[in-house]
Ligand binder design. Structure first.
Ligand code: NAG
Ligand code: NAG
Ligand code: NAG
Ligand code: NAG
Ligand code: NAG
Ligand code: NAG
Length: 787
């Protein structure tokens, strides 16, 4: 009897634990309440949060214990540890816009090392890509907030220049003390703010540094990513030679070298890989908008499937930023080249793709003094060894150390590895070659790849060259002698830019009528500042220390755009985020340095707007775009309606001057009608007419712009009127675009453009159309009786 009852209660207990675990284990949730109505008395907002939370908890202690953050300065909401039933109860309460689980986001450096759990490796040259005397003059009153892994304040990039003006009086931010972070030493007139947010991370991943995980409980950067992105956006001019062991040598500087820097550390090293939680990111938005930043640069995101807008911390934060006139720039992600992988797709923020610059590091490989092959690498000391095929050492020719435990067997050998018959990533091949004590690695890959701080000398060659080496090896009676010469840095020889293979591509899988990415910027082999106590490969066994490091990723292209936006903002302080976004997009170019269409790496085809958005950023032209497609908060209301938000929800989040219409149209309309600088119709079944509004921001108030069209295949395009006349009395004009499908097609995208020109400015919008006339034939009536 006793045993039976023990068994019975044991069963109940384990069932309870099971359900507890699966259904109601507490998680960090975000309860989003929209606008804060007490911006001047944030404690009232906080009291309200406590009141709400006490409705799902029995005691005040439980409420206190559960609450992580109260967001109260710039918008209203809180994050708390809740079980699912508490979350559901809160979601039903009046005044609650949305309740969702805090998510983990990633840093958008390239994924070469992700495979090894080393998310952060390589990139930047702020140098040649964005330099111009015009830019050097500006930016002093602009404050750029970087949401990242923190900052290495001792880097030359963050020292104040002589005669730098005092910190703008509008600044309300703070330089917060923490582990190895002394505000008086770290902050100056350049680095004017530094905060860190750890509660969400620790709730998700446990206490920081529990197992010798190197991190700093402060805004100090261990992973290097934040130092790198910050110096790319706003790094001071560093005159002394900046380089990575002599490569890419030159003057280092950010896009807006005189802009001020405010750091918000939201990403933390978890055993060397970066993790950023939504609860922490939202706290950073709440503070940064209150502190008075003008631009926010966030090289983070999570890959598709994309979540609804008001269940996304970045979308909520950037929406409030837009309402306060703050531009937000995100990276597109590194999930390319497959389609539909782009992330950070909200129309009120910018989404940046990555492309190469005109710099290469050619490296010559000589076999038996007979066969000469060019690869790319960062090799300083020439190598002279015997060549060996990976198949000799590695099971199935796969260059991985997983299935073997003998080491040092490739001493005085260079190993030839094909990524096509092994892991796709060079990271693991390098680890394997290093364990084998090889002298070097020739890594063969079909696509142009980024370079980094290798742990063993490694040359990248393409499949054609790799095949020549392999065939030579096969025909050679003895192991051939391979010489690898030192790599050189060359600039301006190969056509650039090219869209990086890893850059995430459109179409936008959440709201396909908004083209994403928006713009492309340099993100391959970028040299920028690095913490000089973190190894350039982020490996424990790498003892090298550097002040500058190469990194690649949309993480690196994002701060290039943020820097340019700081300059535009400085030149045009009254422009809205939408006007600045328009300026950046309509002046972008789509031809490379040899006047060909920019190439998309990966598929090796001519790029289209899904690869690089409106085009590659042109900082100088973006200062004077001629016309802008501007938008105010009210312009986004219809978008929110179309996207499924109710008027009630919209009223809770929209900061509108009284009298602005925040009601949804009776009949849902297409998002193609939002006044976006690019034009996308993702489902053209019959003739449609789209509206756009442009404002003249050129010096010449009396001007005339003529419209030209390049039609997508199978679509007749008419714009009306064809001429837009601007005057002192009429700075704004509306025009209409009629699109008529001329072919039978089942959902195929084609590309064209609309350009307005006054003879001097060219205001270009990509036109992306998916004709879907055949789809009707496939649409059988839905038989609900089977459901
Ligand atoms: C959720 O938490 C509340 C408060 O602690 C508790 O009363 C409730 O039973 C929990 N619900 C579930 C399903 O665990
Ligand atoms: C790191 O940088 C600081 C400041 O620039 C310098 O004082 C220090 O010597 C550097 N350490 C190394 C190992 O280079
Ligand atoms: C974190 O870990 C490092 C390396 O193990 C150690 O030196 C440091 O003291 C730790 N910091 C804290 C706050 O525990
Ligand atoms: C930069 O490096 C080049 C080549 O190594 C050298 O000629 C030049 O003097 C260096 N300049 C400075 C300021 O160190
Ligand atoms: C961190 O990574 C190292 C090497 O990959 C591994 O040995 C260690 O167990 C990891 N530690 C934790 C806490 O995950
Ligand atoms: C590793 O290779 C080097 C030459 O590249 C050699 O001097 C050394 O003895 C090798 N180590 C072992 C353990 O075989």
């Amino acid at each position: 009897m006793a045993t039976n009852s023990q068994y019975f209660w044991g069963l109940i207990l384990s069932l309870a634990l099971y359900f507890n675990y699966t259904y109601s284990a507490p998680h960090v949730y975000i309860v989003y309440l929209g606008l804060s109505h007490n911006v001047h008395e944030p404690h009232l907002t906080s009291e309200h949060h406590v009141q709400l939370l006490s409705k799902v908890f029995a005691s005040e202690e439980d409420v206190k214990r559960s609450m992580l953050y109260s967001y109260k300065h710039s918008f209203s909401g809180f994050s708390a540890k809740l079980n699912s039933s508490q979350a559901t109860t809160l979601a039903k309460m009046k005044g609650v816009v949305s309740v969702f689980r805090s998510k983990t986001l990633q840093l958008h450096t390239t994924r070469s090392w992700d495979f090894l759990g080393l998310n952060l490796i390589s990139s930047t040259s702020m140098t040649s890509a964005t330099a111009s005397p015009l830019q050097l003059a500006h930016g002093q009153d602009i404050i750029v907030g970087i949401f990242d892994t923190g900052i290495w304040p001792e880097s030359e990039s963050f020292q104040e220049e002589p005669h730098m003006r005092p910190i703008p009086t509008t600044w309300k931010g703070n330089c917060v003390k923490g582990e190895m972070f002394e505000p008086a030493k770290a902050c100056n007139r350049k680095l004017i703010g530094a905060r860190y947010y750890l509660k969400g991370f620790e709730e998700e991943y446990g206490p920081l540094n529990a197992s010798g995980n190197p991190e700093f409980r402060s805004a100090r950067d261990f992973l290097g990513h934040g130092t790198h992105t910050a110096s790319t956006a706003v790094g001071s001019v560093v005159k002394q030679n900046a380089s990575f062991y002599g490569f890419a040598e030159g003057t280092a500087r950010g896009g807006a070298p005189r802009a001020r820097l405010a750091v918000y550390k939201v990403c933390w090293g978890n055993n060397y890989s970066g993790r950023c939680t939504g609860a922490d990111i939202l706290a950073a938005f709440d503070d940064a908008l209150h502190d008075g930043v003008h631009v926010i640069s966030a090289s983070i995101g999570s890959p598709p499937p994309l979540i609804p807008f008001f269940a996304s911390e970045g979308v909520i934060g950037s929406f409030h930023a837009m309402q306060l006139g703050v531009s937000v720039v995100f990276s597109a992600g590194n999930e390319g080249p497959e389609p539909s992988q782009v992330t950070n797709v909200a129309p009120w923020s910018l989404c940046v793709a990555a492309s190469s610059i005109d710099r290469m590091f050619p490296t010559r490989i000589l076999l038996d003094n007979k066969l000469s092959i060019m690869g790319e690498s960062l090799i300083r000391t020439p190598i002279n060894a015997k060549l060996a095929d990976a198949t000799v050492y590695f099971y199935d020719g796969i260059c991985t150390s997983r299935n073997w435990n003998k080491s040092n067997f490739a001493t005085n050998r260079v190993i030839l590895c094909f990524s096509t018959i092994g892991p796709y990533e060079i990271g693991e091949a390098e680890v394997a070659a290093k364990l084998a004590n090889a002298s070097g690695l020739i890594f063969v890959e079909p696509m142009f790849r980024e370079l980094g701080a290798d742990i063993i000398p490694s040359v990248h060659v393409n499949l054609e060259e790799g095949t020549r080496i392999l065939n030579y090896l096969a025909e050679s009676p003895t192991k051939p002698v391979v010489q690898i010469k030192a790599s050189r840095t060359i600039i301006g020889k190969a056509p650039a830019p090219r869209v990086a293979y890893f850059s995430s591509r459109g179409p936008n899988s959440l709201t396909p009528d908004i083209l994403k990415p928006d713009i492309s910027a340099p993100g391959v082999n970028i040299l920028a500042a690095w913490p000089n106590q973190t190894s350039p490969t982020l490996r424990r066994d790498d003892k090298r220390l550097v002040n500058w490091n190469f990194q690649s990723g949309t993480s690196m292209s994002c701060p290039h755009v943020s820097g340019v936006i700081a300059l535009i903002k400085s030149a045009h302080p009254d422009w809205s985020p939408a006007a600045i976004q328009s300026a950046v997009m309509t002046t972008a170019y789509t031809r490379d340095t040899s006047f060909d269409t920019i190439l998309a790496d990966g598929p090796m085809k001519a790029s289209n707007p899904f690869d690089l958005g409106a085009g590659h950023i042109d900082p100088i032209k973006a200062m004077d775009p001629g016309l802008v497609y501007d938008m105010k908060t009210s312009d986004y209301v219809h978008f929110l309606c179309n996207t499924g938000y109710t008027e009630e929800q919209i009223n809770m989040i929209v900061l509108c001057p009284s009298g602005t219409d925040t009601s949804c149209p009776r009949v849902p309309e297409s998002n193609a009608n939002i006044n976006y600088p690019s034009i996308t119709v993702s489902n053209l079944q019959s003739t449609v007419t789209i509206k756009r509004r442009v404002r003249n921001v050129g010096k010449n108030k009396n001007s005339m712009y003529f419209g030209t069209i390049s039609e997508p295949d199978g679509v007749e395009v008419v714009i009306w009127p064809r001429v837009l006349v601007f005057s002192w009395f009429k700075a704004e004009n509306t025009y209409y675009i009629t699109l008529k499908p001329q072919k039978k097609s089942q959902g195929r995208y084609d590309f064209g453009e609309i350009v307005w020109s006054d003879g001097f400015h060219k205001v270009r919008s990509p036109l992306v159309v998916c004709v879907n006339t055949a789809a009707q034939d496939f649409n059988e009536p839905l038989d609900l009786s089977y459901m």
